[in-house]
Ligand binder design. Structure first.
Ligand SMILES: [Zn+2]
Length: 202
């Protein structure tokens, strides 16, 4: 399994491409001009079949329509995130001047798995940053969206944000057994072990 990080869009949101050994790939969140993503995919002969969304904020979904059009991907999101994905005022795209709505093809629940090629992503609901935020787990990696950052966590002052809910979600992550590499929606990757011992919000 290979993980590629591309910082995309107006605020450099992390877009991850996770691919198996025969080139099947999942794209986790995508904003802005998708050309760097298209270039990486074609350069590596990948077949992206899924777009996995951690949540519905404008800076995580801005390129979904173009990427879906290019590869006919299945768009996956949490069942509690529909309001954020489909309302430009709630996903904040209305303030950027280009209203965005995304209608997912598959809605997942806590504990579900999504199979992409020979990879299996497990879903953990982690509400708080938005009401339907989730994390994707695969092997010893977590794609944490805007729930957990290196040394910090996502804001909760935007629509559907809930401070006590994100604290509960962070506690749930903290209490997981074992260690994981954490790939957040913004900023550098970290490990759950480092965050457990040094992140003030955990
Ligand atoms: Zn966000």
């Amino acid at each position: 399994m290979k993980i590629k990080t591309l910082a995309m869009g107006s605020i450099g949101t992390n877009c991850y491409v996770v691919s198996d050994d025969i080139g099947n790939a999942a794209i986790i969140d995508c904003d802005g001009d998708p050309m760097p993503l298209f270039f990486y995919i074609s350069e590596n002969n990948l077949n992206p079949t899924h777009i996995l969304l951690t949540h519905g904020h404008y800076d995580h979904i801005g390129a979904v329509e173009k990427v879906k059009e290019q590869y006919d991907c299945t768009v996956v999101a949490g069942k509690d995130e529909i309001r954020v994905l489909t309302d430009p005022a709630v996903n904040c795209s209305i303030y950027s001047g280009i209203p965005i709505t995304v209608l997912p093809d598959v809605l997942v629940s806590d504990g579900d798995t999504v199979t992409v090629g020979n990879m299996e992503f497990q879903i953990l609901f982690t509400p708080g940053h938005t009401e339907g935020s989730l994390c994707y787990f695969i092997e010893d990696n977590i794609f944490s969206g805007d729930t957990l950052f290196q040394g910090s966590c996502g804001r909760t002052d935007l629509p559907t944000g809930d401070w006590s809910a994100i604290l509960r979600s962070l506690k749930m992550l903290k209490d997981l057994p074992g260690d994981y590499t954490v790939f957040p929606g913004h900023g550098p990757s970290t490990t759950l072990g480092i965050e457990r011992s040094s992140n003030p919000f955990m």
